[in-house]
Ligand binder design. Structure first.
Ligand code: ZN
Length: 137
C-alpha cells in the first residue's frame, strides 16, 4: 500500500503582469489605428493616430463607477497603454482628484466609469490610456 496521492496544486492564483496580445489590429505605424471609446457608454476618448502604443507597467484600480466604494489597493498591473501628449489631444476625458500625491486617473467624461488611464503630476504632458479599458472602434 504505497499509493501516495498528491494534491493537485495546479490551481494556484496566477499573477502574470506580462500580457501577450496581438496588437496588430489596433496599431498603425505605432499609433492607435482606431477611435478609442468608453467601454460602457461609447463616449469618444481619442481619435485615431493621436496615441502612441507603449509597453509600461502601471497599476490601476479596478474599473468602477465613481459612486462605488473600493479600497485603493484593489486593482491590477497593466502593461499596454496608449501614450497621449497634451490634455487637449483628447476628444473627451475626465480626471479624478489627485490620488496618492502625484497621480491622477482618467475617467470617462460622460459616465465617469474608470479609471481608464493614468497620469503623473511629475510629467504633466504625458497621459496613459489602458488598452484593456477602452473600446477600439
Ligand atoms: Zn462612459
Amino acid at each position: 500500500m504505497a499509493a501516495a496521492q498528491e494534491a493537485d496544486e495546479g490551481n494556484l492564483p496566477s499573477d502574470k503582469p506580462q500580457q501577450t496580445r496581438d496588437m496588430s489590429d489596433l496599431v498603425t505605424d505605432g499609433k492607435n489605428g482606431k477611435t478609442l471609446t468608453c467601454e460602457r457608454c461609447g463616449s469618444k476618448v481619442l481619435l485615431p493616430g493621436l496615441g502612441t502604443y507603449v509597453v509600461k507597467q502601471i497599476f490601476l484600480p479596478h474599473m468602477k463607477m465613481k459612486s462605488e466604494n473600493q479600497k485603493p489597493e484593489d486593482g491590477e498591473t497593466l502593461t499596454d497603454f496608449w501614450l497621449i501628449q497634451g490634455m487637449y489631444t483628447f476628444e473627451n476625458v475626465g480626471f479624478t482628484n489627485t490620488v496618492s500625491g502625484d497621480v491622477k486617473y482618467m475617467i470617462c467624461a460622460d459616465c465617469e466609469v474608470g479609471p481608464i488611464g493614468w497620469s503623473s503630476l511629475q510629467d504633466k504632458n504625458n497621459f496613459y490610456i489602458a488598452v484593456d479599458r477602452v473600446k477600439h472602434v
